[in-house]
Ligand binder design. Structure first.
Ligand SMILES: [Zn+2]
Length: 93
């Protein structure tokens, strides 16, 4: 299979990534085919680098940021009525 060498620069971290993709699939994608149909064997993170140029590391960083945001909700615990001095919920005591 003819392969095509791709170089992308991540817009977030500025890292350069190089990898090869099937040349016929790449051409089909350029001509308007959906990338998952044009290159079904290409890993999703590489498809993402072709489309948005964002590298897998920056994707991971973005997703882990979201998780941290979700965990950072201490106020919710207070609203449940948990009493740290007794070690139980108010409605349980
Ligand atoms: Zn990056």
């Amino acid at each position: 299979m003819e392969m095509m060498w791709i170089t992308t620069v991540c817009p977030i971290c500025g890292e350069v990534f190089e990898f090869d993709v099937p040349a016929d699939g790449y051409r089909a994608w350029q001509e308007g085919e959906l990338i998952q149909n044009a290159m079904p064997n290409l890993a999703p993170e590489y498809r993402e680098m072709l489309m948005s140029h964002i590298c897998p590391f920056c994707w991971d960083a973005m997703f882990s940021d979201e998780e941290e945001d979700n965990e950072y909700e201490y106020d919710d615990y207070d609203e449940t009525g948990f009493n740290p001095y007794i070690g139980c919920y108010d409605y349980d005591c």
